[in-house]
Ligand binder design. Structure first.
Ligand code: DX5
Ligand code: ZN
Length: 217
């Protein structure tokens, strides 16, 4: 399966974002974490900054909303140029309506589950989403330890997607690096977010290639 790498700019230098976007030119997507101090105990950036990232980035922008009430706020990110908007099962009230609204705006709709949330409730509405994100840490911070116990969920989801002949991607986010990339890829994930493993490296571009190679091995 084709593996895509999405570096998370949460671990980039927020005062040198354009430089740090140029450093990951060999990646497939840019992963942008939006946090609101409510859904998660951290605060990052909002629409104006995401809009500038979408204008400057040469890669598609994958916006990961870790916010309350995405039903209200997600369309704003589509309008500002996101390639995809991910919203959380634990935050949305009407995931199908929101996914269709995003699609009508020309934006992909991605759906996320936290470590304690089951993936099976998504099975009945799987066709509504382009990608399912299985969190491999509790959302909120970069640099946390990878939760290997989420791999059963990735496997069950991959089996369901294959059985139904769907093209849905499986993304994993949290603690992904050279060591864990083969584990998530073997379980069936094909979009790998990596924050500290990319931006914590001396050469982020080299780290991206190494993570991709490790996942393909
Ligand atoms: C965490 C964020 C991640 C974070 C991953 O809540 O959603 O995207 O940047 O960071 P690492 O790769 O360092 O675990
Ligand atoms: Zn993220």
């Amino acid at each position: 399966m084709d593996i895509k790498i999405a570096p998370s700019i949460l671990s980039a230098d927020f005062c040198n974002l354009e430089r740090d976007l140029d450093r990951i030119a060999n990646a497939d997507l840019v992963h942008v974490d939006v946090m609101d101090h409510h859904f998660v105990p951290n605060l990052t950036i909002g629409e104006p900054v995401v809009e500038r990232i979408c204008q400057v980035a040469k890669l598609p922008v994958d916006v990961h909303l870790m916010i309350d009430d995405p039903d209200r706020w997600a369309p704003g990110y589509a309008e500002r140029g996101a390639h995809s908007v991910t919203f959380h099962m634990g935050a949305t009230h009407a995931p199908v309506r929101l996914a269709r609204q995003l699609h009508d705006m020309g934006c992909e709709a991605w759906f996320a589950v936290r470590p304690a949330e089951p993936v099976e409730p998504i099975f009945d509405i799987l066709e509504e989403f382009d990608t399912i994100l299985i969190m491999t840490v509790e959302p909120g911070f970069g640099g946390q330890k990878f939760l290997a116990n989420q791999m059963g969920k990735v496997r069950r989801l991959r089996d369901e997607i294959t059985r139904r002949g769907l093209k849905t991607n499986i993304q994993v986010d949290g603690g992904v690096g050279v060591k864990t990339a083969p584990i998530v890829a073997e379980a069936g994930a094909n979009i790998l977010v990596a924050g500290s493993a990319v931006y914590g490296a001396d050469d982020p571009a080299k780290a991206i290639d190494e993570i991709r190679d490790a996942a393909r091995a």
